[in-house]
Design a protein around this ligand. Structure first.
Ligand code: E4P
Length: 218
């Protein structure tokens, strides 16, 4: 499974990039707004850190012509920038046009497997089902993700599914178990995915036992 970080914070991106596990970045207007810089400047910085790995940047236009123009501008920032479009009829039209130009689209705000199917048919390179926001309203985000994975994979679309709106490590585990292509994960959850108290306990015991016969280790 590919791991993306879901943030626009440069320090977080740099840190997770240094771990050697980062496959891409997703941003959204709310995440970029927290960083207090304008979107093109900020996306350029992120794209530079990522090299040839994908970075999603979202358009604000609501009609397909505007989405196409804004998408072309975002992609012109760097070749690894793909265009995030919110799911709707206008964005289906824009997806078709942008994908024919060779510009990757990440269809976002997906809450139903049929929305993902429509986006895949229009040529979206990525679809982003939001798990956490469905859980927030008492629905089952993981079930929706699982149905989406089943449908998109069974027809062999050239569309990767990004498990999005992840709230805790179990969401990532669920996505990995069902064979979801990608999870876009917030920084604090990535940190939790590395840690286990039994690992810390084991390291401390090995160190103490080593030092009994060898003296101080470091
Ligand atoms: C995905 O690309 C979105 O940026 C993100 O996962 C939204 O998550 P949230 O529901 O925590 O805002």
């Amino acid at each position: 499974m590919k791991i993306f970080i879901d943030t626009a914070n440069l320090d977080m991106i740099k840190e997770i990039n240094s771990w050697g596990i980062l496959d891409g970045v997703t941003t959204n207007p709310s995440l970029v707004a927290k960083e207090n810089t304008d979107t093109p400047t900020h996306v350029k910085e992120i794209a530079k850190i990522l090299g040839d790995r994908p970075v999603s940047a979202e358009v604000m236009a609501v009609d397909h012509e505007g989405m196409i123009k804004e998408g072309e501008k975002l992609h012109a920032i760097a070749p690894n920038v793909n265009v995030k479009l919110p799911m709707c009829i206008e964005s289906l039209k824009a997806t078709k046009a942008l994908s024919e130009e060779g510009i990757d689209v990440n269809m976002t705000l997906i809450f139903d497997p049929l929305q993902a199917l429509m986006a895949a048919k229009a040529g979206a390179r990525y679809v982003s089902p939001f798990i956490g926001r469905l859980d927030d309203i008492g629905a089952h985000g993981v079930d929706m993700l699982s149905e989406t994975v089943q449908i998109i994979h069974q027809y062999g679309y050239d569309t990767e599914i990004i498990a999005a709106s992840i709230r805790h490590p179990t969401h990532v585990l669920d996505a990995a178990e069902m064979g979801c292509d990608i999870a876009t994960i917030p920084y604090d959850i990535l940190k939790k995915m590395v840690a286990h108290p039994k690992t810390d306990e084991g390291i401390a015991k090995f160190k103490a036992d080593y030092e009994k016969v060898n003296g101080p280790s470091q």
